[in-house]
Design a protein around this ligand. Structure first.
Ligand code: GAR
Length: 199
């Protein structure tokens, strides 16, 4: 059995999709960390009965980031997840934090990387005339959306589709894909560590 901790800042629809997918077992969601007071994802964690912690960044100074990351690191050490999944976590993590959890942190990005790194990727994809857009799951390194790609899922554009319609289809694709990738990473780790359970 493996476990994943999720970091999120906003709505938390991907957090919920991960929880629903893992509910069938054998893997578990160790907890949710959120940096935004009042974010809807906190209500989802409460409703899903998943342990959660709010770790606000007090101000946009380096000191505040260090303090918040220190708190997140202690909480994660207590939860002992095998994987840390960013699901709409809108902060750039420091190299020190990433080094504390080597090859454990993954991110979901709503574009076919390396296209459209950074913020507002769906809108920026929409504004191109690319016939195919999509989503990417990747390991997090200290660049912006530059880490090793684990999986890319394309999505064909539809003629005349509005931004809202495309966004909805991207989210549906995310909700199917991200839990699947997390499940397979946890299964691989289980197999590596011999945690498959009794023969
Ligand atoms: C998702 O679309 C995710 O791909 C995106 O934030 C959204 C979170 O939605 N992440 C990024 O843009 C990261 N660069 P959610 O809160 O409903 O899961």
């Amino acid at each position: 059995m493996g476990s994943v901790a999720v970091l999120a800042s906003g709505s938390g629809s991907n957090f919920q999709a991960i929880c629903e997918s893992l509910a069938a077992g054998p893997h578990v969601v160790a907890g949710l960390l959120c940096d935004q007071p009042g974010a809807p994802v906190l209500k989802r964690a409460e409703a899903l009965d998943v342990p959660w912690a709010l770790v606000p960044y007090e101000a946009s100074s380096d000191g505040a980031k260090q303090t918040a990351e220190g708190r997140m690191e202690s909480i994660l050490r207590a939860w002992q997840p095998d994987i840390i999944a960013l699901a709409g976590f809108m902060r750039v993590l420091s190299t020190a934090f990433l080094n504390a959890f080597p090859r454990m942190i993954v991110n979901l990005h709503p574009a076919l990387l390396p296209n459209h790194r950074g913020l507002n990727a769906i809108q920026r994809s929409y504004e191109t005339d690319d016939e195919v857009v999509g989503i990417t799951v990747h390991f997090v390194d200290d660049g912006i959306d530059t880490g090793e790609i684990i999986r890319r899922e394309p999505l064909a554009r539809r003629e005349g589709e509005t931004l809202a319609e495309l966004e909805m289809r991207m989210h549906e694709l995310e909700h199917r894909t991200y839990p699947e990738v997390i499940q397979s990473l946890l299964a691989e780790l289980d197999a590596l560590c011999g945690k498959d359970g009794p023969p």
